[in-house]
Ligand binder design. Structure first.
Ligand code: AHZ
Length: 308
């Protein structure tokens, strides 16, 4: 990775160009917290190349994926975990609009830190390795952030998963299959900062695409970007109307979300709270069992579609 001569660094040894004196010799990296902590050397261009080489290689490879998961909240991450661990051969690409993946599951309800999960979904927590307190019918994870950070670290360290965060899905690709039937065949993406600024530019900031036979959408309930795929399929006439999320009823809402998690249009599975907007199901408030179970069910549904 040598840099070409023309762009060699003429200032390397000129100390007046730097706010701190540049180290003259390449020292051995050494840990000494008493004042001589010596880092291995690095160049600015090496950092740029190390990041961009990987990002654009991933972008190139993931332009064709097996499954795209839209939204990395509690439902999307649970789906990614199940799908990626069951099917290490599948190329699973996660698109998350925020810089920080995790959606609402960094906290419980009303900014309180604990996360409540009803049985039998505690089995999923045990498998993922999230500790909890058993309260009988339900369990309590002391920090929702502990669930999120644990599942995130598991999902992101899997070889078959790549997440593009700070990237939004801003449209769907619709194609006809070999029998002439319409299906969702991919997603249209843009860096979220671009998606949020289309109106401020004098030209259209064109997007990018990812082609995949299965898209699984977990963009949460309605919001500036939320419920995106549900709203898009209604707006484009593929599905008649949005049901709109109904009022809170924990007992009713959780089984409804899990049982209705399905392929809502050929090639598009919807789960989590986005489904409450599509179907008009109740919300459950701060109880996360259905999100984890809906994620799992969506994963199994995707496996069925891919295998048939
Ligand atoms: O940033 C969003 C969040 O991380 C992301 N997202 C939304 N629109 C997107 C788009 N492209 C890419 N167009 C997008 N990403 O999707 C994630 C949604 O996470 P969430 O936590 O909001 O939804 P969830 O269905 O995984 O969990 C819902 C949790 C709720 S809401 C609720 C209630 O209101 O009663 N109760 C529970 C348990």
């Amino acid at each position: 990775d040598a840099i070409p001569k023309a762009t060699a660094e003429p200032w390397t040894n000129k100390e007046n160009q730097a706010s701190t004196p540049a180290p003259q010799a390449v020292a051995e990296p050494k840990i000494d917290f008493n004042g001589n902590y010596t880092f291995a050397p690095i160049k600015e261009w090496e950092v740029s190349r190390a990041m961009s080489k990987r990002y654009f290689k991933d972008m190139y490879e993931r332009a064709v994926s097996d499954v795209v998961i839209v939204g990395a909240g509690s439902a999307g991450l649970s789906c990614a975990y199940r799908l990626a661990t069951e099917c290490p051969h599948l190329k699973i690409t996660i698109i998350e609009a925020s810089v920080a993946p995790g959606g609402g599951c960094w906290l419980g309800g009303q900014l309180l830190s604990a996360m409540i999960v009803r049985k039998p979904t505690d089995q999923f927590l045990t498998e993922v390795g999230v500790p909890f307190e058993d309260e009988g019918n339900y369990v309590v994870v002391k920090h929702a952030a502990l669930f999120t950070s644990t599942i995130l670290s598991k999902v992101l360290s899997l070889d078959n998963v790549k997440m593009f965060n700070a990237t939004a899905v801003e449209d769907l690709i619709v194609k006809q299959d070999s029998t002439g039937k319409q299906r969702i065949a991919g997603v249209v993406t843009n860096w979220t900062l671009v998606s949020l600024n289309h109106d401020t530019q004098s030209c259209s900031m064109d997007p990018n695409t990812i082609t995949a036979p299965v898209i699984i959408s977990f963009t949460g309930h309605d919001g500036p970007m939320g419920a995106f795929c549900a709203k898009r399929i209604v707006k484009s006439g593929l599905v008649e109307q949005l049901g709109d999320m109904r009022c809170l009823d924990m007992g009713r809402a959780e089984p409804a979300i899990v049982n209705r998690t399905r392929e809502v249009y050929p090639g598009l599975i919807v789960g989590g709270m986005e489904l409450s907007e599509l179907d008009g199901a109740n919300r459950m408030g701060p109880c996360f069992s259905a999100m984890l179970a809906s994620g799992e069910k969506a994963a199994w549904t995707a496996i069925d579609i891919i295998n048939n």
